[in-house]
Design a protein around this ligand. Sequence first.
Ligand SMILES: Cc1cc2nc3c(=O)[nH]c(=O)nc-3n(C[C@H](O)[C@H](O)[C@H](O)COP(=O)(O)O)c2cc1C
Length: 284
Amino acid sequence: MRILNASGCLDALAAPDVARQLDAFVTKTVTPLPREGNAPPRIAETAHGMLNAIGLANPGRESFLADHLPRLRELGVPLWVSVGGFCADDYAETCSALADLEAIELNLSCPNVDEAADSAAEIVAACRRATELPLYAKLSAAHTDVAEVARAVAAAGADGLSLINTLRALALDKRLRPALARGSGGLSGPSLKPIALHAVSVCHEATGLPIVGMGGIETGRDALEFAACGARDVALGTVLFADPGAPARVRSELAAECADAGVVKPEDTRTLSKSPETEAKVPA
Ligand SMILES: Cc1cc2nc3c(=O)[nH]c(=O)nc-3n(C[C@H](O)[C@H](O)[C@H](O)COP(=O)(O)O)c2cc1C
């Protein structure tokens, strides 16, 4: 099981030592044109996790390719580039400009922009025609049936899935006004974990594709639960803001959790989560 960062949760150029703890670094989502993102405040703490409405702030494709990407390569960590846009062509054009990466993650699920995107499968199909690099489709759990979306992107040529993005949510300040300037934002952190585990489990069942699981992972035990539900790899997001040492810590905790569970590799827990004994203990 590899440990990655969740897109947008680590600035590798500002914190190279954190990035070097990872098995691969995932960039913040890159869009064709530069974006300043939403007005501040765009991050708020809640009792249930972090709320953000960054709004895909990024330098845009040209500056990313000319300036950021060469500097990221110097870190010596395998790279994934997160690609965003507002129509299938936006995504495909960026994909065709990328090379020498471990993978591309297609952000099909940002809750903080107003523009409606083409369908997830349409975008994946356009990107599939544009690149031979492995394509991971990052989905939201806000669909009634996330497994159906997973099946559609698999049929369109996705090589893997990243699950899940933040979920749209609202927090109020003391004066009962939205804590974020934009109003609602995306909720991340521990409260996402049960939702993410469900998404990983049903999408694994539906597609069998490799999955990067994320959503509230803070410990080795959390990572092991994602493996038990079908994740091949995991990504750390919100936890990195509080604990920059999380990748190394989670990796060593994961090894200890595997030993406790009596498995050699995290993936070996998959049969445990499916055993009739376990199912019998879970109330309907
Ligand atoms: C401040 C912040 C910025 C984010 N930016 C992006 C982004 O640019 N692209 C993306 O696909 N996801 C983005 N995400 C979502 C994370 O990659 C991740 O899917 C989500 O936070 C769930 O994981 P976590 O609970 O471990 O944070 C962002 C999350 C946060 C908290």
